[in-house]
Design a protein. Sequence first.
Length: 169
Amino acid sequence: MQITKEIPASALYDAIASAETGGETDPWIRTKYKDAPGGSTAYGPCQLTRSLAQGYLNFKSHLFNYTEEEYLKRFVDQGRLFAKFGNEPDREGYDPKYDYGGSGFLTSKTDKLMYRYAVCKMLNEIYQRHDGDLEKTWLEWRFGPKGGEDERYRKTFFKHLSDGGYIDG
């Protein structure tokens, strides 16, 4: 596969979102996958996790402006509620918006825009750190540094970039 033109962070975002939540009517949900060891706080079109957001706040906050940083702090707070109430319908204070498939509280137009801005910056940082290696970029987003295998995800990611004219083959 050959890169045919510069790939902006927004194209990486759209390709990841296609692979993560492309089949959902509303991508602004907490993951529906309940079987992750220790649970999952993945949320939104690109299924950003609380731990990844916290890691960027802790170690790469210089990438974000004040408004994006404040959004990510709220994102981490929402992730704490996901972790507390996921699969816990009998827990005091339970609200289904924090359970698997729930909407969370970051649902305004501004929240959705801040999510996109922050995730685009994260994806661009990953892409640049891997010297433009798309394979390493999607693998790190999907699995973190340990890697993994997901052929459906890989095909969806690359097809989206190919359909956008960013790569051939």
